[in-house]
Design a protein around this ligand. Sequence first.
Ligand code: ADP
Length: 301
Amino acid sequence: MDIAVIGSNMVDLISYIHRMPSEGETVEAPEFRMGCGGKGANQAVAASRLGAEVVMITRVGNDVFADTTLENFRKNGIDTTHVLRTDASSGVAPIFVDPESRNSILIIKGANAYLSPADVEDAREDIAKCKLIVLQLEIPLDTVYATIELGKVLGIPVLLNPAPVAPELDLERICGIEFFMPNESELELITGMPVDTLDDVGKATDVLLGAGITNIIVTLGSRGAMWAHAYGREIIKAPVVRAVDTTGAGDAFIGCFAKEWVDHGDVTAAIRAGNRYAADSVTRHGTQTSYALADGSLPAD
Ligand code: ADP
């Protein structure tokens, strides 16, 4: 086993609409699509498609979306031993896309809100076989903190992607983690510092280094990523591509980074690979549908 992802799964319910109905009104919309998402699941799928052995610790509901998610994990070669059924709805994201590609998104966490520290403890034996723990914030914060503690006890490095951002994230309780990977807006909200220039971004990372985090990797969209550590900081540029849809780019970056770092332990090379993989993903529509396999091809369906 290489990577334990402890996080969320969602089913995206995407309605392509001419316009939003007003109160009391019913309107017809031209198209509907369903897709598997959720930050935890996206990162697990990216790493697994690149060849990592991934175990997913997550909760699904008691509905058809749970079956869709389980099938998606299996299809992508992810270990589902710790995908737990919950007497609740699955996590879903109804998304409305208008003709100008503007999105309105609702997130219903559903079963994800029930992933508990006890669930993580129950998966301890399998987590202990992994080389990296990957976390985001679409599950309860107490579960995130408990997992970080477990990582310390087991001596397994932890990567935390603070998304979606939780301003109440307690930096004291995440100190000692190996990798903290925000995008610019998450960095701004967590540190309360501006991120208008790269110099600003660097200063904000200093706060996190001071809080005892070993490596801060800030994704910078088309500009690539900044790596800040005790001995300095550097920018690692992303390839120039024609972007058509950047949804899920951060998750592609993290999944690929995790796989490369677990294999080679070289942070710069892992960031370079993450940039390449995420930049490739933004040249296609969708989230998981835009994630390539290790040979650059896309999965059959
Ligand atoms: P998020 O999706 O979390 O907002 P970013 O927008 O920072 O994260 O993107 C994550 C990574 O995806 C970047 O670090 C970069 O590697 C890649 N990326 C995103 N947008 C582009 C783009 N327009 N061109 C090339 N690479 C991109």
